[in-house]
Design a protein around this ligand. Structure first.
Ligand code: SF4
Length: 588
């Protein structure tokens, strides 16, 4: 189990310390629970997200490194994109490296006077000048640090690309291969600290208590993961398995959420990508599923005889963001765009939503060739999008610099808020299933599809498995999000949420010496919910000003057109319930 150790690193003084906080971990378990409490106690209210005081928190949970598919690391920070709670989750080897280093959380603050990368080996921290890798792409940085063999044991390398260095508000942090802290601008926070990369490794060996019990639980999770049809699908096609089913129910965002049906969905489907473009499948450490799919892109050298090839991760969300929603119709074009985004180190969803806003803004005459420096934006025009991305990378003019700040910023400055498809200033995930998806994006603490998966409620209603009931839908969204706070405190990959039932979670916790009852988990998830919302509200998130982007009321979702009156009432019910959750927590 994790050992309650927190490492604090100060980039201003190049000092670090490690201390234990059993009370914190005892109360909040780990992962999102611990990170939320740490961020709350730091009182970030008056802190500029890109100032030296702004913290970066990484946290793992008590099942990491022990049971399969407990593979995530939680990053918590003040989001430069939204100005309030920043939270992003990533897989890869990071959790394993922290576990092997004996660290349950890492807090980084301060600002280095020059570019640095940090190497953490167990409890030791080295600060290295990063001049030679500053300016390198996120992919090249990983290769360079890997070849320099920094660290011991199973290393994890997390780093930013040029987008983070430029403090693009939608910059991500790449984690190992094909995983990212993709949302809410963590890359800009790294960049603001002159922090190019962190390499983490550890040499601890772990002893298993009560081997028979551990073995029973391990085998159950392992075989459930390997045999379940849902997980098999993740293995075979990965998340792009969702492209065709969503298209079939009119729920695949197309041309800036103008419709839910993309005429070329077959070409971008998991089936086609797998059959014709898949180069390799990989897995996060300690996961038998291996859902990460890397596509291959071949490009000729100038002689047109020899080729170079690149591997590019593709998942459902990147396919939606840089594919269907921009009307990109071929896998080659999609992979080329994804390759640029991956190298620059932008969060792919916010990038796609911003480009789709820009295209519609151009079509409507809100922006023109003056802003784009002569480029004409049209949905489906891959060559122009390629140029736009490089202009953004190079911050060619004021407009391209602005695009780096995401769709909400651009819509505020240039206009077109009604078709800037973001929720709480975070670019929309790829679902146009209906009101529950959108309500989940709006009210979820991260404004992510992974907060409460409202799209799956919509899908049930579309399929006739559940009937419409606005009040019950709100309750189900809150219930789902609160259970996920527990899974995220244990940092379990949410793809395994059906395997990690409440009974299994209690049993697994018990096996590592954490004895909890169902009621205690419920109380904890409420407390976490309240804390997260308090952070959001303290930092300017206004519960009285919540609304869907106006365009969404005009489009046919998978469930048909939304009734604005009903949606408004649902938003109002939801906010009342959030206020009640906060009040209850304050009364405790
Ligand atoms: S299912 Fe996929 S994302 Fe989840 S842990 Fe396994 S490889 Fe990683």
């Amino acid at each position: 189990m994790t050992n309650n150790k927190i490492m604090r690193i100060d980039l201003s003084s190049f000092k670090s310390e490690v201390y234990e906080d059993p009370k914190l971990f005892g109360k909040y378990l780990g992962g999102t629970g611990v990170a939320t409490k740490l961020l709350y106690d730091m009182n970030i209210k008056n802190i500029d997200p890109l100032s030296p005081e702004s913290p970066i928190i990484l946290a793992i949970g008590p099942l990491n490194g022990i049971y399969p598919i407990a593979t995530k690391t939680i990053a918590m920070f003040k989001s430069p994109l939204t100005g309030n709670l920043g939270e992003s989750h990533a897989g890869g080897r990071l959790f394993m490296s922290m576990y092997d280093a004996g660290l349950s959380a890492i807090v980084i603050a301060g600002k280095s006077p020059y570019p640095v990368f940090i190497v953490i080996k167990d409890e030791e921290v080295e600060f290295h000048r990063a001049y030679s890798i500053w300016g390198q792409s996120a992919l090249a940085t990983e290769r360079i640090l890997h070849s320099r063999a920094e660290g011991v044991g199973k290393r994890s390398i997390i780093r930013i690309g040029p987008a983070g260095e430029h403090k693009s508000l939608m910059a991500n942090v790449s984690v190992d291969t094909g995983r990212h802290f993709g949302r809410l601008g963590l890359g800009a926070v790294f960049g603001s600290k002159n922090l190019k990369a962190v390499v983490i490794s550890g040499s601890k060996r772990h002893k298993t208590e009560n081997f028979a019990k551990f073995n029973k639980i391990y085998n159950k999770i392992f075989w459930d993961a390997v045999k379940s049809p849902a997980m098999k699908k993740y293995h075979n096609l990965g998340t792009p398995q969702n492209v065709l089913p969503l298209n079939k129910i009119n729920s695949l965002p197309t041309r800036n959420f103008s419709q839910g049906f993309f005429e070329n969905a077959e070409a971008l489907s998991g089936e086609n990508m797998s059959e014709n473009y898949l180069a390799q499948q990989i897995a996060c450490a300690n996961c038998p599923v291996g859902c990460i799919h890397l596509g291959v892109l071949r490009e000729p050298f100038e002689d047109n005889i020899h080729y170079k090839s690149f591997k590019i991760p593709y998942d459902y969300e990147p396919i939606y963001a840089m594919g269907t929603n921009l009307s990109i119709s071929t896998p080659e074009a999609l992979l080329k765009l994804l390759y640029i985004v991956e190298r620059a180190g932008w969060g792919v969803m916010e990038t796609g939503v911003t480009l789709s806003w820009a295209t519609e803004a151009f079509e409507r005459g809100i922006i023109g060739v003056k802003e784009t420096d002569g480029l004409v934006l049209n949905f489906g025009d891959f060559e122009t999008y390629e140029k736009v991305l490089y202009n953004m990378w190079n911050m060619k003019n004021e407009f391209y610099g602005d695009l780096n700040n995401g769709s909400a910023f651009c819509a505020e400055k240039y206009g077109g808020k009604e078709f800037a498809i973001n929720f709480g200033k975070n670019g929309s995930p790829g679902y146009i299933t209906g009101r529950d998806a959108f309500l989940g994006f709006l009210m979820g603490v991260r404004h992510s599809h992974l907060d409460s998966a409202g799209y799956s409620l919509d899908e049930k209603i579309i399929k006739g498995e559940m009937s419409e009931d606005p009040s019950a839908e709100v309750d189900l969204l809150i219930k789902e999000e609160e259970w996920r706070f527990i899974l995220n405190s244990l940092t379990i990959c949410l793809f395994a949420r059906k395997i990690y039932t409440e009974d299994l979670v209690l049993e697994a916790l018990d096996s590592v010496g954490i004895h909890r009852k169902s009621e205690q988990l419920k109380n904890l998830s409420r407390r976490i919910h309240a804390l997260k919302y308090k952070i959001k509200i303290d930092n300017g998130f206004d519960l009285d000003k919540l609304e869907f982007p106006e365009k969404l009321y005009r489009v046919q979702t998978g469930r048909g057109k939304m009734d604005k009156g009903v949606v408004r009432k649902m938003i109002s019910d939801y906010t009342s319930k959030i206020r009640e959750i906060i009040r209850e927590a304050e009364d405790e």
